[in-house]
Design a protein around this ligand. Structure first.
Ligand SMILES: C[S@@+](CC[C@H](N)C(=O)[O-])C[C@H]1O[C@@H](n2cnc3c(N)ncnc32)[C@H](O)[C@@H]1O
Length: 277
């Protein structure tokens, strides 16, 4: 089969690079798992046979889940230049012995790097909704001898993590795909220790030069409007990466603080700039 025929089969044509510039030559998320509505109904059929949302959340279009068929894209060599994964992880202060999670781990690109950082005394829960992704992740972890990586198959309404045990939860290029943001954020908050951090790494919606489809980007305002009402106050945003925000939320040490923040945020309007992408 010719290359073009394969491209057409995978539905890549609409996002093929339109110029030879390095930025335009970095299309993303080549294959979705299906139409948004179809994917959502399927993922929620154990939960009253209904999608959690109408395909939007607080004015944002929820992106399709990136299919395992596009897993090679997660391992592309240009990712180091585009996303600087090691510098991003360095900035998070991951220490030996920590219990951390890579939520929406895909093939474990970050899980294995996190496993080195937490060391044999630590643990990395690597979750995904697609068993095929976890199969690839498990193989990679075995090859790397990373015995502290625990793959966990999860669902869109249950992040499947142990309660109150995590120092840090990382979601790289995942949150915008989550079809049940409230259930997911509730579960993530429960999984964090007091003072634990939720870190969303998302392509910048505020920057039209970032060559990513709009529904796969998030603005800081949008992320805050969605996460803070679930009892996870905003801590800071790190903006040293070429294309992505590193948006950090922290579970309060005192649960009463989180409830007060959540009540205040629930009354707030969604961000004025409209959908994040
Ligand atoms: C674009 S990939 C990113 C993978 C990985 N974080 C990386 O940066 O290499 C998004 C992944 O998130 C997973 N995903 C989507 N929604 C999820 C959810 N609610 N819980 C766990 N994984 C999810 C998808 O199956 C897919 O593997």
């Amino acid at each position: 089969m010719s290359r073009l025929a394969i491209i057409a089969l995978l539905g890549l044509a609409p996002i093929l690079p339109s110029s030879s510039s390095p930025v335009a030559a970095a299309p993303r998320e080549p294959v979705a798992t299906g139409s948004s509505a179809g994917a959502r109904v399927q993922e929620h059929d154990h939960d009253h046979d209904r999608p959690a949302t109408d395909g939007t959340y607080r004015g944002r279009i929820i992106a399709d889940v990136m299919s395992y068929l596009g897993a090679n894209w997660l391992m592309r060599p240009s990712r180091i230049r585009e996303e600087r994964p090691d510098e991003m992880l360095d900035a998070l202060g991951i220490e030996p012995g920590m219990a951390v999670a890579d939520v929406g781990a895909g093939v474990g690109y970050h899980s294995l790097k996190m496993a080195e950082r937490v060391g044999p005394e630590g643990v990395v829960y690597a979750t995904d909704v697609q068993p095929e992704m976890l199969r690839m992740l498990r193989r990679r972890a075995q090859q790397a001898g990373a015995a502290n990586v625990r793959p966990v198959l999860v669902t869109q309404d249950d992040p499947g993590l142990p309660e109150g045990q995590l120092d840090l939860i990382l979601m790289v290029d995942v949150y915008h795909e989550v079809t049940d943001p409230e259930a997911t954020l509730r579960g993530l908050r429960e999984a964090l220790k007091p003072g634990g951090r939720l870190v969303l790494v998302e392509f910048r919606a505020e920057d039209p030069a970032v060559p990513i489809k709009p529904e796969h980007k998030m603005s800081v305002a949008q992320a805050r409007a969605e996460v803070e009402p679930q009892g996870l106050p905003f801590k800071e945003v790190l903006d040293f990466l070429p294309w992505q925000h590193v948006i950090i939320f922290e579970k309060p040490a005192d649960p009463a603080d989180a409830e007060a923040d959540a009540d205040a945020d629930a009354d707030a309007e969604p961000p004025g700039e409209g959908p994040a992408g």
